[in-house]
Design a protein around this ligand. Sequence first.
Ligand code: COA
Length: 338
Amino acid sequence: MSKKPTLKIVGTGSFLPDTVVTNKDLEKIMDTTDEWITQRVGIKERRVIGESGLSTSDMATFAGKAAIEDAGLTAEDIDCIIVATITPDMNFPSTAIFVQQNLGAKNAAVFDVSAACTGWIYGMTIAEGLILSGKFKNILVIGAEFLTSLSDINDRSTYVLFGDASGAVVVQPADGDRGMLGSYIKSNGDLADLLWSYGGGTRVNKKVSDQEKMFDENGIDKRSTIRMEGNKVYKYAVRAMIESAEKAMEDAQITEDDIDMLIPHQANSRIIDAIAKRVNMPDDKVVRNLQYMGNTSSASIPVALDQVRKEGRLKDGDVLLVAAFGGGFTWGGLVIKM
Ligand code: COA
């Protein structure tokens, strides 16, 4: 017997930029191969903002608008907007402020959440608390990332991984047996050095003596790009994803037999294989869009959720398990009866 649901998802939306960059395109600009990327990561192509001139808030707005329409609501019905992102438009105000302005959601309180690739799960968990407190009734939770803005063309081990996208859901208080049944979020600041970007942050002051090392051999300011210890991240990622899935199911008081679909964070197909195996999910229950989207951080799960709903793969009443990990480290999972 599962727990009583807290919030329910009443609308989903997503946005992918038009420009496609294939592995073959990357072969022409850096020392990499389609074979290496396909085998080690599972990505064939990614969608990027490129020259379109869009910002993170533009993408968030498109996904948010689609989710509001899907819910049969108007922007004025939304009383809270949460944008999960690590690629904000500006240091401040929040990216959510520009989304509010673009949408005309004038009755909303808005803010950003920074939890890297787990950001949307953190956003949903915060939304759950705000719904349970009775404060808000229609919350828009968005994951939006312009990750290619952090890519360093001189670092092939990270450049090939990322894409740009946004995904959104509208949530309301649950009133029947459908909705969020379980949630789990966790962090470990001891692992902050494994995956990071200064990106204009004030912590740069603490590393004044390292200034020299902050510019690579091509003069690129490494502070503004992603740095990652891929191998170490990989090991923690697998553990964190498994823990997230197991704890979310425990919180929901269900077992893996009750799960109809798993949407894992889309970072590496080998990580997805590992978590699917551990929670006994056959391939047809595991959602993968990594191959044509790359890693889109906090957007990866809400985009996939919108896609499987619109394709009719995920139906009302199905039980969905999602799990993610990201820089910080952060990790977490949700169980949602759709
Ligand atoms: N093309 C070709 N070769 C590449 C390459 C690329 N794009 N990137 C790295 N290599 C090379 C390395 O230089 C290294 O060569 P060497 O053995 O001659 O030194 C070799 O491939 C192996 O590198 P390594 O870093 O050990 O590869 P890996 O198997 O660990 O794969 C990742 C690298 C990044 C794909 C993998 O570590 C990973 O996915 N980690 C998790 C990252 C993640 O999920 N991040 C997102 C968090 S949300």
